[in-house]
Design a protein around this ligand. Structure first.
Ligand code: ZN
Ligand code: ZN
Ligand code: ZN
Length: 375
């Protein structure tokens, strides 16, 4: 993941995030966090190297110590421009030096460290060699809620990304569907997301007719026909924060069954949304949505979790899934996206991003959830 993060955030904001992360690491029994280029580094420092290369770049956070960014010398001038740089110590290393020795000198030799999920294996192996008595844990597993609760400025960016996705839906419903390939409509979606301010498009699912019954289908060469249900699911990053919304449209007039299944998913989505309030376990959101579909006899056709967190990435903890007892906290943002998938026939999914408020939930997507008829 590369590209600059337009930062409404100041060095003080990044300092607060790094302090919170180091503190949380200590509470989790970790001696520190080792953060490679990617979403965690962007969130903690505002730094996204323009090219992620084999040269080691690593943020070292330890409770009670100043944060240090280990960075290749030739990248140091770029890193110094990051919004969080004023509150970081840059420790640069030149080609020919051992970056793992440089990093190891900053760490407890017998510590257990949280390492960002996307750190390169070669770097982790290099560190293990330099610090044979240290051990490591996946950062996301150790601190799943690190980025989950958004502050007011982040929520504004999330809402703006959601509004851009909604504007995309309002335009896509006007384009012709019948007679065009899924990939053509997918290209329209990508163009619209960019037009409405997205710098990165993560997915543009256009799943027509029987393809809609496969939640993993992206786009293909299938020519959309009159009578098709079409699942649209699209999103990406706008100003560093994610969007992700689904609506299921119908080309021409639907059958009674298609309308019934669509209404069922809409009711399930509504039930999931209404379950959202502080203190409720994530799994309750899943249960609320799933119960509606199961009670109608379609339980076996709802084949995925109800939702996932979203922020500086489009899929992250917390997950709305049976067994996740993490309580909801104001400021968390996640999807509520039940679906029904009828193999060989059609699928329906309706998805909004929802944020937890003091007394319930607020949708960050709000285009109509009624079935939209397209041409
Ligand atoms: Zn139909
Ligand atoms: Zn989606
Ligand atoms: Zn989603």
């Amino acid at each position: 993941m590369t590209g600059s993060t337009p930062a409404p955030f100041t060095a003080d904001d990044y300092r607060a995030r790094m302090e919170r992360a180091a503190h949380a690491a200590g509470d989790a029994g970790l001696a520190g966090l080792l953060v490679a280029p990617g979403p965690d580094l962007v969130w903690l420092t505002g730094y996204a190297p323009t090219a992620v290369t084999e040269r080691l770049t690593l943020l070292v956070l330890a409770p009670g110590r100043d944060p240090v960014l280990v960075v290749p010398t030739l990248e140091a001038p770029d890193a110094a421009k990051a919004a969080g740089a004023p509150v970081l110590t840059l420790r640069d290393w030149t080609d020919g030096k051992d970056p793992y020795a440089v990093t190891a000198a900053l760490l407890d030799a017998r510590g257990r460290f949280g390492v960002s999920d996307n750190a390169w294996a070669m770097h982790l192996l290099g560190l293990q060699k330099a610090l044979p008595d240290s051990s490591y844990a996946s950062l996301t597993e150790a601190l799943p809620m690190l980025r989950a609760v958004k502050d007011a400025a982040e929520l504004e960016l999330m809402a703006a990304a959601g509004a851009a996705a909604d504007a995309t839906f309002e335009e896509i419903r006007k384009v012709p569907f019948a007679g065009r390939k899924e990939s053509d409509v997918g290209a329209d979606l990508a163009e619209l997301l960019r037009r409405f301010g997205h710098s990165q498009v993560d997915f543009t699912i256009v799943a027509s007719g029987p393809n809609g019954a496969n939640p993993h289908h992206e786009v293909g060469d299938r020519v959309i026909r009159r009578g098709d249900m079409v699942v649209l699911d699209f999103g990406g990053l706008k100003d560093g924060y994610g969007s992700d919304t689904s609506r299921t449209v119908h080309v021409g007039e639907p059958t009674d069954e298609e309308r019934r299944v669509h209404d069922l998913v809409r009711e399930a989505q509504e039930a999931g949304f209404r379950a959202v309030r502080p203190g409720v376990a994530c799994q309750e959101v899943d249960r609320a949505a799933r119960a509606v579909i199961a009670d109608a006899g379609y339980g076996e056709h709802f084949i995925h979790r109800t939702g996932h967190g979203i922020g500086v990435t489009t899929h992250e903890p917390p997950y709305m899934i049976e067994g996740e007892e993490q309580p909801l906290v104001p400021g968390m943002c996640f999807s509520v996206e039940p679906g029904v998938y009828l193999p060989g026939r059609f699928g329906v999914r309706i998805e909004d991003i929802v944020t937890v408020t003091e007394d319930g939930g607020r949708r960050l997507n709000d285009t109509t959830r009624e079935m939209v008829i397209v041409e």
